[in-house]
Design a protein around this ligand. Structure first.
Ligand SMILES: O=c1ccn([C@@H]2O[C@H](COP(=O)(O)O)[C@@H](O)[C@H]2O)c(=O)[nH]1
Length: 235
């Protein structure tokens, strides 16, 4: 295990601003950041994102994927949200990632720049799903290929599953921030995720952050579920 701590991001996946704020209130402390993404943002809009996140560090997971000019312009519209992290898709290609990098640097003052994170292969995809998109080779090979491209074009870090942390570290070293969804505490429902590990396994693999949604937000007591995961990360 690397000498870095693994912190928890809670995914506030809901369309309801009050519910999102309640989950944030219940879980911050155990968690180091909250995630708001497509479900909430399409339902409530950008103004509500800041309201739901409150004072918590915001992982804004909009997974931008479009031509470079459009992605750069979209990032320019996010200044007021003061995100700590934001996401693009690595498969958008080098020019798109570089345009996103430039837009982050222009939009946000030094010291308040969000980490630019590139999604490699969604954690809901297994080898068969990846091959259906026309990609040959293993999931890990594709994650490393996209990871190299994204970091080379200016991304600060990557979204990957716990299974690809070791090959990514071997290829890219310790600097890129690795943010890892597809986390399932032992005994919890896997749902649509395919490449999963427990919080303790993700920590042992060397994740910088884990992203956990339904195992917390659908638990009878979200605060207790978040505390249990935080305890697993620091055990
Ligand atoms: O590859 C990815 C990229 C993003 N996510 C997001 O993480 C959370 C996971 O939620 P769970 O309920 O714990 O499955 C969700 O908001 C996704 O949009 C991901 O799962 N995989």
């Amino acid at each position: 295990m690397r000498g870095r701590s693994t912190r928890l991001i809670v995914a506030l996946d809901t369309k309801d601003t009050a519910q999102a704020a309640r989950w944030r209130h219940e879980t911050m402390g155990a968690a180091g950041a909250v995630k708001l993404g497509l479900e909430f943002t399409y339902a409530r809009g950008l103004d509500a994102v800041r309201e739901a996140a409150g004072d918590a560090p915001l992982f804004l997971d909009l997974k931008l994927h479009d031509i470079p000019n459009t992605v750069a312009s979209a990032i320019g519209s996010l200044a007021a949200l003061r995100p700590a992290m934001l996401t693009i898709h690595a498969s958008g290609g080098r020019a798109m990632i570089a345009a996103a990098r430039a837009a982050v640097d222009e939009t946000f003052p030094a010291g308040a720049r969000p980490l630019l994170l590139a999604v490699t292969v969604l954690t809901s995809m297994d080898a068969e799903a990846l091959h259906e998109t026309g990609v040959e080779g293993s999931v890990a090979e594709q994650v490393v290929r996209l990871g190299r491209l994204a970091v080379g074009a200016g991304a600060d870090g990557l979204i990957c599953s716990s299974h690809e942390i070791a090959p990514l570290r071997q290829a890219l070293g310790e600097k890129p921030v690795l943010v890892v969804p597809g986390i399932r505490p032992a005994g919890s429902a896997v749902g649509d995720q395919k490449r999963v590990m427990t919080p303790a396994q993700a920590r042992a693999a060397g994740a910088d952050w884990i992203v956990v949604g339904r195992p917390i937000t659908r638990a009878p007591d979200p605060a207790a579920a978040a505390r249990a995961i935080a305890a697993e990360l620091s055990a």
